[in-house]
Design a protein around this ligand. Structure first.
Ligand SMILES: *Cc1c(COP(=O)(O)O)cnc(C)c1O
Length: 378
């Protein structure tokens, strides 16, 4: 690279996706070293990251953070396998691909479960949950998704937690695309475990998942796990003993995560991040509606994470051409994953602000004109 060339990062596209996400230059810069896994500075960083994550979840004194190498799904699989014992039974609430994935994980692990499924644009009914728990005494755990990224729908986590606790069952939450941007406080919303990753709303780089686990529950999980590398009980015990990971830690990811959490605090924590994402979402939704596009979800079900738009009816609209034209202008969007309707998604999480969202809208407007599409109406 010559002096006059811009740094590589300035040419990167904006990622308006559910992950991997755009990260700040500061976060990327935090990776420009090599650390030994036993290096005191590294183990201190690792401890700080874990402590911060517990604090964000409101779990200080009751919960611990157990990280695991890999993408978010590795943390989900590790948590379900560690916390749900061979004789337990789960009730999985499904309204999208990530709920279905947890059922599949339980299949692989050979754990008993039943499901309560609603369409992708419909949150689970709390009365139905209550009835399902009362009808089956064998159910020990309720497993749910906070923001189902398939559609971007906000599930009623506080209500789910209340009914689960009232029925004396334990709650496990996939909060992957919510944690850091949507509030959750272990003191008010009782859960045994919550899973998330380094690269969603906390804006680190991908490579590490983690679970915030109630310590009193984790202490009883010795021997549960179906896989050594996914045994969060063993991972926790080892890390408590000497501050180190059992197997090669993703050192660069953890140091970038530490820098990302520093910026998270500076932005005002969950409240600050929520405000930026909500503003991003508002700009996007109102701009798209001006162009005729329709959202899948009513505004009161929509989380400020990722927005699903129905595929336009105009025969001149071609999604692949639309996608490619936007990518050419520096904005990467995401295909839909819905069964209820043809759709595509645009994310508002990651290191993005109003300027980026308005830039994306300009690119969309230009692309529609180029394609000869007059309205985005479905
Ligand atoms: C992103 C995400 C995951 C994990 O996906 P990975 O691709 O494994 O990182 C799990 N659940 C939800 C709700 C998600 O949004």
């Amino acid at each position: 690279m010559t002096e006059s060339e811009p740094p590589l990062a300035s040419k990167d596209p904006w990622l308006l996706t559910p992950g991997p996400l755009t990260t700040s230059a500061k976060t990327k810069q935090a990776m420009l070293h090599d650390w030994g896994s036993r290096d005191a500075a590294f183990t201190e960083t690792n401890r700080r990251v874990r402590d911060r994550l517990v604090a964000i979840a409101g779990g200080v004194g009751s919960h611990v953070c157990v990280p695991v190498q890999g993408s978010g799904t590795f943390a989900v699989e590790a948590t379900l396998g560690t916390l749900i014992a061979k004789n337990d039974k789960a009730l999985v609430l499904i309204n999208g691909a990530y709920g279905s994935r947890m059922a599949k994980i339980l299949d692989y692990a050979g754990r008993a479960y039943t499901t309560l499924e609603t369409p992708e644009d419909t949150p689970p009914g709390l009365d139905d949950l209550d009835a399902a728990l009362k009808a089956d005494a064998a159910i020990t755990h309720v497993v749910c998704v906070y923001c189902e990224t398939t559609s971007g729908i906000l599930n009623p986590i506080a209500g789910i937690a209340r009914i689960t606790a009232d029925n004396g069952r334990r709650l496990i939450i996939d909060a992957m695309s919510a944690f850091g941007a949507l509030p959750i406080n272990a003191a008010e919303v009782p859960f045994d475990a919550l899973m998330a990753s380094s690269n969603k709303c906390l804006e680190g780089v991908p490579g590490m998942g983690f679970a915030i686990i109630r310590q009193s529950a984790l202490e009883k999980c010795k021997g549960n796990a179906h896989a050594l590398s996914l045994d969060l009980y063993d991972q926790w015990l080892a890390m408590e003993k000497n501050g180190q990971w059992r197997f090669t830690p993703p050192t660069h990811v953890i140091c970038a995560f530490d820098a990302a959490l520093e910026q998270f605090d500076a932005e005002g924590g969950v409240e600050g991040r929520n405000a930026r994402y909500a503003a991003n979402g508002k700009i996007l939704i109102s701009g798209m509606r001006e162009l005729g596009f329709e959202t899948l979800l009513a505004d009161d079900l929509q989380a400020p994470i990722i927005i699903t738009f129905k595929m336009p009816a105009d025969p001149k609209f071609d999604f692949q051409a639309f996608y490619d034209a936007l990518a050419g202008r520096g904005y990467v969007i995401y295909p839909g994953k819905l069964t209820v309707a043809p759709s595509f998604r645009i994310g508002c999480i990651g290191h993005l602000d109003a300027k980026v969202m308005n830039g994306a809208l300009d690119a969309i407007r230009e692309t529609l004109t180029e394609m000869g599409v007059e309205s985005g109406a479905a």
